[in-house]
Write a protein that binds this ligand. Structure first.
Ligand code: TYD
Length: 234
């Protein structure tokens, strides 16, 4: 499988969406066919999972049933499995086919979000979460992951929409999540680039562009896809 697989990570409100869009426009201007996507919710199944995870079991049907659970009732293991299920479908339906056609895929969140949010912040171990996602995706890791890093107290002040369940989980949770992301980046320096997201949009983009140019030229290495697990879809 060829193509280029890029993920963006970070706590809520750091500006991932803006940078995903800049990178898409840039890669297209360089002649690449680009797919931009996100987790959770990159597929129809994923959008159904996303609604449940972020807004609860009665989300989307407009009817609040007293028997319906609140999103807060989702047990940590069930939550981890739902994010992993979203990712498995996303890889099978969107990401692997696009990479197989030689395209560039840019995803707003991927496996590291599960490692940071479900393992870093809640009660499961990183090893368990990683194994779950690696199984679900057939071991597919990005070539490059941009971690947009900033103090969650500042990034949260930027959010313009009503908070979802993760966003309202509290400052301590957000701080742990940020630390978990930084630890992941330190453990895989070839795949990650950590970018100070408190800088201006243009300065953040300049860092990303310099790195992607170097990556495309082959001057720097990216991460290694674990193709040994990719099974029938390799
Ligand atoms: P996101 O789409 O970034 O939120 P928004 O629409 O507000 O920009 O992600 C939704 C939330 O889901 C976010 O708070 C992070 C969380 N999340 C996890 O907890 N685990 C995961 O594996 C993923 C992909 C996201």
């Amino acid at each position: 499988m060829t193509g280029l697989f890029i993920s963006f990570e970070g706590v809520d409100g750091v500006g991932k969406t803006t940078q995903v869009e800049r990178l898409r426009a840039y890669l297209e201007s360089c002649g690449h066919t680009v797919v931009t996507t996100r987790e959770p919710g990159g597929t129809a199944l994923g959008r159904a999972i996303r609604r449940v995870l972020l807004y609860g079991m009665d989300a989307g049907n407009g009817v609040v049933d007293e028997h319906d659970g609140d999103a807060a009732d989702i047990a940590p293991r069930a939550e981890a499995l739902l994010f992993a299920a979203d990712r498995a479908q996303h890889v099978a339906e969107v990401i692997r086919p696009a990479l197989g056609r030689g395209e560039a895929v840019i995803t707003d969140r991927y496996l590291d979000s599960s490692l940071a949010y479900q393992a870093g912040g809640r009660e499961l171990t990183a090893a368990e979460i990683r194994e779950l996602s690696m199984w679900g995706t057939g071991g597919l890791l990005p070539d490059r992951t941009y971690l947009l890093d900033m103090d969650p107290a500042l990034s949260h002040a930027r959010l313009t929409h009503a908070e979802d369940r993760m966003e309202s989980a509290g400052n301590a949770f957000q701080r742990r999540t940020r630390e978990a992301f930084l630890a992941l980046a330190a453990a895989e320096p070839e795949r990650f680039r950590v970018i100070d997201a408190a800088q201006s949009i243009d300065a953040v983009w300049a860092s990303i562009r310099a790195d992607i140019d170097a990556l495309l030229r082959g001057d720097v290495h990216g991460g290694t896809r674990d193709e040994t697990r990719s099974g029938e879809s390799a």
